[in-house]
Design a binder for this molecule. Structure first.
Ligand code: SAH
Length: 353
């Protein structure tokens, strides 16, 4: 058993089964043993690879989308240029490099990174070199000013609760103990106001997940954008409405048992973009796939330009990365993008009018 498994087993023995959301929060963010607090999860040697780690084009195109929209909104200054959960800082570094030539953009920007892991903050510091950057613990700490923001694979890391339909009630998935080992079980069914709206589109035995932290975070972003102007680009895997069990563990690039090694595997769930869009009111939203967004932002042309300077293995890897980001069989359709922008403003580049 991992050290964290022992801590959690002792707690469950003392106080009873835990919600999945509490289990996930401990596994990811426990101060000593949490996955993000104690490990460097990214890249070939880690547990998973994200879009900015696959190709510089991802951060470049999202950055140019933000900068173009900043121009379209009349160059508000000063403004916050923010990222939620920046990982190694690669996306922000690519974004800053790509937008250097946009007159006035970086002079007006105050760069803020929302990151809980002290260890990843250090990695981000190194990646971003001498760029002036502020770190924040929470989205609520973002200032009340125009906000241009990216969040890639951030919302999937927020703890979820999971429910199985039982009659007109719901039975919550809990982490309990069986002969001293962590095991998944279900609480007795109970009616749940939170899921009243899902009785119409689910049947006995269907599984639905909720992410309690997601709506308040999105509401905080949307209030700043609706009130002061700006744009948030949220990219993640998921769909338009939560259905089915999507709670998963990734370890060394393979799916693993989420209870097997708490603190040593990445735990995530698919993002419910409908819930995010609802929480974004009164800001406006548009939703599309990652593949469609990157293509509309000019990925093919950018890829050709970079390809012109490459040959051999580097060229093959570059073309494979382009496919991986956009192909429907790879990340192109599983990953979605949500834009959040001011209610009366036109949709940003890459999203249908
Ligand atoms: N965006 C990066 C990394 C994604 S991994 C990329 O695309 O490569 C998730 C990131 O979110 C990590 O940096 C992790 O430390 C951070 N994170 C997870 N939960 C968080 C929370 N509740 N608040 C702030 N950051 C969080």
């Amino acid at each position: 058993m991992t050290a964290l498994a022992e801590i959690l087993a002792a707690r469950i023995a003392a106080t009873g089964p835990m919600r999945l959301s509490d289990y996930m929060a401990e596994c990811l963010l426990h101060p000593q043993h949490g996955y993000y607090t104690s490990r460097a999860p990214f890249g070939a040697a880690g547990d998973f690879t994200t879009a900015p780690e696959i190709s510089q084009m991802f951060g470049e195109l999202l950055g140019l989308c933000l900068a173009q929209y900043w121009l379209d909104l009349g160059r508000p200054a000063p403004f916050t240029l923010a990222e939620l959960g920046p990982g190694r800082g690669t996306l922000m570094a690519d974004l800053l490099r790509a937008t250097r030539g946009v007159p006035g953009f970086q002079d007006a920007a105050r760069v803020m990174l929302v990151e809980v892991s002290p260890r990843l903050r250090q990695v981000q510091r190194t990646t971003l070199g001498t760029h002036s950057v502020d770190w924040l613990d929470r989205v609520e700490d973002l200032p009340g000013q125009p906000l241009f923001l990216v969040a890639n694979e951030f919302f999937d890391a927020l703890p979820i609760r999971q429910f199985t339909r039982a009659g007109d009630g719901w039975s919550e998935t809990m982490v309990g103990l069986d002969a001293g080992r962590l095991t998944l079980g279900r609480a007795p069914p109970a009616p749940l106001a939170l899921l009243a709206h899902r009785l119409a589109d689910t049947q006995e035995g269907d599984v639905v997940e909720t992410c309690p932290a997601a709506a308040p975070i999105m509401a905080g972003l949307a209030a700043r954008i609706a009130g002061h102007g700006g744009l948030a680009l949220v990219v993640d895997y998921g769909g338009w409405r939560s259905r089915g069990d999507t709670f998963q563990a990734l370890r060394a690039h393979a799916f693993a048992d989420p209870l097997e090694a708490p603190g040593e595997a990445d735990l995530t769930a698919h993002v419910d973009f409908e819930a995010l869009a609802l929480a974004a009111a009164p800001a406006a939203t548009r939703y599309t796939t990652q593949g469609a967004l990157l293509s509309a932002l000019g990925l093919a042309a950018r890829a050709d330009r970079l390809a012109a300077g490459l040959d051999g293995q580097a060229l093959t890897a570059h073309r494979a990365a382009e496919r991986r980001l956009t192909d429907p069989e790879e990340m192109g359709e599983l990953f979605k993008a949500l834009a959040v922008f001011p209610p009366a403003a036109p949709p940003p580049p890459g999203f249908a009018p």
